[in-house]
Design a binder for this molecule. Sequence first.
Ligand code: NDP
Length: 284
Amino acid sequence: TEKDRYVVIGNPVTHSKSPAIHAAFAAQTGQQMDYQRLLAPLDGFAASVRAFRAQGGLGANVTVPFKLEACALATRLTPRAAAAGAVNTLQFSDTQILGDNTDGIGLVTDIVQNAGVALRGKRILLLGAGGAARGAVLPMLEQQPAMLVIANRTVSKAQELQQLASADAAAQAVRTVVTACRFEEIPGHFDVIINATSASLQDAVPMLPAGVMDGRTLAYDMMYGAQPTAFLRFAAQHGAQCRDGLGMLVEQAAEAFALWRGVRPDTAGVLQQLRAGLQSAAEQ
Ligand code: NDP
């Protein structure tokens, strides 16, 4: 019998860990699926999706730089994808293309379940207002934090996201206070600080005022790699609890897998394997 087919679509996509993660989930749950990388030309995302769907493909993960285009291509959106304006998971049927965004719920699951840090009633600082930050807002508000401060280098983008977030909070009858500011204006101390900027790619840290973090703070970087990012090195110097985005990656994949296959895989072993792989790559 033929296996059900899925892909991760991106450009570049060579380094994506998604095929390994989904292969591990499929083996664990006994699902017959085939999951490959699909490199789409920068001007050919929609055509690549159409071709894959015509060949019988059932679903796709979408990565850089196509998450906004995937949102436009979907004929139906989940509420969290609509709120994010970005899609990382597509599911094809005869009649529709469903678009979901599992990045934000992946982040929340990694913080709340894997790291064991509750968000309810907490003061949260979100650094960045790009695609990853947008995806994180609605799933975080569902946890009913006391306060969400969105800080960004380009403050107008933080303000736009703040307005969307405030509307979401109102719609959900959550009393979270949502504000936006520049990095240098960030007020007070935070329980959880999430770095959703790509500053770590340049080995840089957003300029944060003294006192935003200390030993009680969870510092979370959505980026991951063999070495701690500049943000996590900075956080460690301030005594904060540090966590990178590898767990978010595995949890967003688990959520996509659950949507496609109707069964939620166990993530702990897969996360351990990936972590060991990163470490041995670093030692070589
Ligand atoms: P975007 O390009 O959409 O957004 C980038 C953000 O970073 C913007 O807010 C931008 O600010 C800010 N930024 C960039 N450079 C700097 C700098 N030098 N100093 C301060 N701020 C800076 O990227 P994404 O939102 O898609 O991704 C953000 C990060 O999250 C990436 O590192 C990515 O790898 C990671 N990620 C991890 C995932 C996971 O599963 N673990 C999933 C998705 C993303 P401005 O608006 O001023 O330009």
